[in-house]
Design a protein around this ligand. Structure first.
Ligand SMILES: NC(=O)c1ccc[n+]([C@@H]2O[C@H](COP(=O)([O-])OP(=O)(O)OC[C@H]3O[C@@H](n4cnc5c(N)ncnc54)[C@H](OP(=O)(O)O)[C@@H]3O)[C@@H](O)[C@H]2O)c1
Length: 265
């Protein structure tokens, strides 16, 4: 069995989905340096252009692709064109995601269920599978999950289920890619101050500023951690929550708690 977790990543491009805002934009900035090639993915070209400009100001070479991660064919096309133009991709960060409140008993939330699972799980898979052919030995794949994926959450079944699936997907991927010498990291943030959490109607303990979160995430990626929960207080809480049997866990949640609203559209 090959031990490669201390082997530095080879040089190559960095691909980040959801790079137009929040964690994706802040992480891109953490990796910005002269000569580093980036490919930024997201649906809004103007948001990607803003991130690209901050990276270029630091001497990076940046390409942007306005693409929906739910569109596998489009992603494969982007990856092929980029791989042929720029060569190896040493790091893929599948970060794009959406979060809305979803009520399991409300049929009108079905579209939100579909969008959340399609973006957070299938979109992550499509992003990774599109770029895998261009990742060399000792390259790395990172997926952004959430502490919300560790246990069920009232009013957020779709989001929690998508992130639970992301964690298991990435664990499976890590097993699959180990023989190819490609590392896989699952990042599971607690609350980070980004557009996604800006309107949350509930308390957010240990809310981290996004640049601080990005610094911690970069450290975990560079250490090739397989699973990283941040901040540390959420790590402690998650260990405790995972130890609670289901029957007791249910009793922890009082009825009528506030949850995120459904998608506005
Ligand atoms: N903030 C937190 O507290 C927190 C906690 C745990 C996990 N996370 C996860 O962290 C990741 C980043 O979220 P964030 O907090 O940085 O929120 P954010 O600022 O809303 O970022 C999400 C990004 O994903 C992109 N995106 C969404 N749907 C997409 C699609 N179909 N195709 C392509 N790009 C898409 C968005 O860009 P476009 O709209 O331009 O497409 C946006 O830039 C998400 O996976 C989220 O679930 C966040």
């Amino acid at each position: 069995m090959e031990i490669f977790f201390r082997t530095p990543r080879p040089s190559g491009a960095i691909v980040i989905s959801g790079a137009g805002s929040g964690i994706g934009a802040a992480l891109a900035l953490r990796y910005a340096q002269a000569g580093q090639v980036f490919l930024l993915l997201g649906r809004r070209p103007e948001a990607l252009a803003l991130t690209a400009q901050t990276l270029r100001n630091r001497g990076a070479q940046v390409e942007c692709a306005a693409v929906d991660v739910r569109d596998a064919a489009a992603l494969h096309g982007v990856a092929k064109a980029f791989g042929e133009a720029y060569g190896p991709v040493s790091l893929v960060i599948a970060n794009a995601g959406v979060s809305y409140g979803t009520r399991c008993s409300a049929a009108e939330d079905d579209a939100d269920f579909t969008e959340i699972i399609a973006t957070n799980l299938l979109g992550l898979h499509y992003t990774i599978s599109a770029f895998l052919p261009y990742i060399p030995r000792y390259g790395q794949v990172v997926g952004v999950g959430s502490v919300a994926g560790l246990r069920g959450l009232p009013g957020a079944a779709a989001y929690a289920a998508s992130k639970a699936a992301v964690a298991v997907y990435l664990e499976s991927l890590g097993l699959e890619l180990r023989h190819r010498g490609i590392g896989v990291t699952c990042i599971a943030p607690g609350f980070i101050a980004t557009p996604m959490t800006a309107d949350n109607p509930f308390p957010m303990p240990w809310l981290l500023p996004v640049d601080k979160a990005a610094a911690k995430i970069r450290k975990a990626i560079d250490k090739r951690r397989s699973f990283y929960i941040l901040p540390w207080q959420m790590w402690v809480v998650s260990i405790l929550l995972r130890a609670v049997p289901s029957g007791w866990y249910r009793r922890l949640w009082p009825a009528g708690l506030a949850s995120k609203p459904p998608c506005a559209s």
